[in-house]
Write a protein that binds this ligand. Structure first.
Ligand SMILES: [Zn+2]
Length: 412
């Protein structure tokens, strides 16, 4: 006799603990499961063994994505997130979504519910972008740009193709990871918010309306390097003075040109020379441009280029700028959002709809199939750091909402 499926909190905690048995970094107190590292591949193998022990059909695809499938033939409801981390990452980013996905399958099966659609638990490869993209979900969606795989390198200059070969994956077969849209009914992901919005609002559940686009503007200001003592102040062409003017104006551009969700960040700056006694002749820097609106992203880039031209003219500098990469904003599926909101409501929670400022696998999966993203709060908005934390009670609520929505999609 089937009963109501329920999250087993201890079992979920044990599964999350099992994942975080890999890649602990005593130096930082966080986790290092960088894509295709020993720890990353070890956790993938362990997760496959764990799912196999549960009776799921497991496989690793040609780029390292791990799947566990259960249920009848037909288009699958895919659930999951990623197992890789940034260096010195936290215990929840990605890992929580993978653990909740498998716990939901366990709960549904334990309750004896018959699956109307198959469920596939998915742990994607290189979501954190060691090689600059979201290799796993991009490959599944067939959205890897031509030539990208062969050109991609990590921050240390290691080519992606070399890293793949080192773990036994053949880059020549990467295209085989692409799924046929006819085989995938939907994708659901649970993730920590990685921002402060839910905590500030006192809410446990967020449902993402969409995911901000992200563009990288790479720019240089070029003046003249010279002696800090002999060059009069009015005879300098100081690239850093020009840059300072640009950086100071960036928040105003976000406020005046972008939407309320606009985020502009100057996160990389390199001065040449970078010496105490020399006027910096050159400044290379990037501006990360994020917004939920494509047009607003383009207008902010236009405004930044105008600003660069004005600051250069005032300080006798030349400038170059170019958009180095561009990811469009993505709208998530309205019907799936509604079903997550309804599931939360039926459990007595008060969810909020909100955009996602950070990139997630769901944005790639949305190119393939209807996709949705559920958030639980991040204490202090902290993530990508060992201090990443979500109250267990909030995790339990998020998992219960996820289970309810998944049950409705696949088992009712
Ligand atoms: Zn993540």
């Amino acid at each position: 006799m089937p009963t109501q499926a329920r999250i087993n909190s201890d079992r979920l905690a044990a599964l999350l603990g099992g994942i975080n048995g890999f890649g602990f970094d005593p130096g930082s107190g966080g986790y290092d499961r960088r894509a295709f590292s020993d720890a990353d591949m070890a956790v993938r193998r362990w997760f496959m063994e764990t799912m196999a022990a549960d009776g799921l059909d497991v496989r690793m695809d040609s780029v390292g994505n791990v799947y566990g499938r259960v249920g009848p033939p037909g288009p699958a409801v895919v659930v999951g997130s990623h197992l890789d981390t940034v260096p010195a990452g936290g215990p929840l980013d990605g890992a929580l979504g993978v653990a909740v996905a498998l716990e939901c399958v366990r709960a549904i099966r334990e309750a004896g519910l018959a699956l109307r659609r198959p469920i596939e638990v998915l742990a994607t490869a290189d979501e954190e972008g060691r090689f600059g993209g979201m290799l796993g979900s991009q490959s599944i969606a067939g959205a890897v740009p031509p030539g990208w795989l062969d050109a991609a390198v990590d921050a240390a200059g290691v080519p992606l193709t070399e890293a793949m070969r080192a773990v036994g994956l053949d880059p020549g077969l990467a295209g085989e990871a692409a799924r046929d849209p006819a085989d995938v009914h939907a994708f659901l992901e649970l993730h920590i918010e990685q921002g402060p919005v839910l905590e500030a609002a006192g809410k446990d559940i967020g449902v993402a309306t969409g995911i901000s686009g992200c563009a990288v503007l790479a720019a240089s200001l070029v003046g003249a390097a010279n002696h800090s003592g002999t060059t009069p102040m009015d005879m300098r062409r100081d690239a850093l003075v020009g840059l300072a003017e640009v950086v100071a104006a960036v928040p105003g551009i976000a406020r005046d040109v972008g939407t309320d969700e606009a985020r502009l960040t100057v996160g990389f700056v390199e001065l040449t020379p970078n010496q105490p006694h020399t006027i910096p002749g050159r400044a290379d820097f990037t501006v990360i441009v994020r917004d939920v609106d494509h047009g607003a992203m383009a207008m902010m880039i236009g405004a930044l280029e105008t600003l660069l031209a004005e600051a250069s003219a005032r300080h006798g500098l030349a400038f170059t700028s170019g958009t180095r990469s561009w990811l469009d904003p993505v709208a998530l599926d309205p019907a799936l959002q509604q079903s997550l909101l309804a599931a939360a409501g039926s459990l007595g929670f008060d969810p909020v709809s909100m955009p996602s400022g950070a990139g997630h696998d769901a944005q790639m999966m949305a190119r393939l199939c209807p996709s949705a993203l559920l958030f639980v709060p991040s204490e202090g908005g902290i993530s990508h750091a060992p201090g990443e934390f979500t109250a267990w009670e909030s995790i339990e609520k998020g998992a219960a909402v996820f289970l309810k929505a998944l049950t409705r999609l696949a088992a009712e």
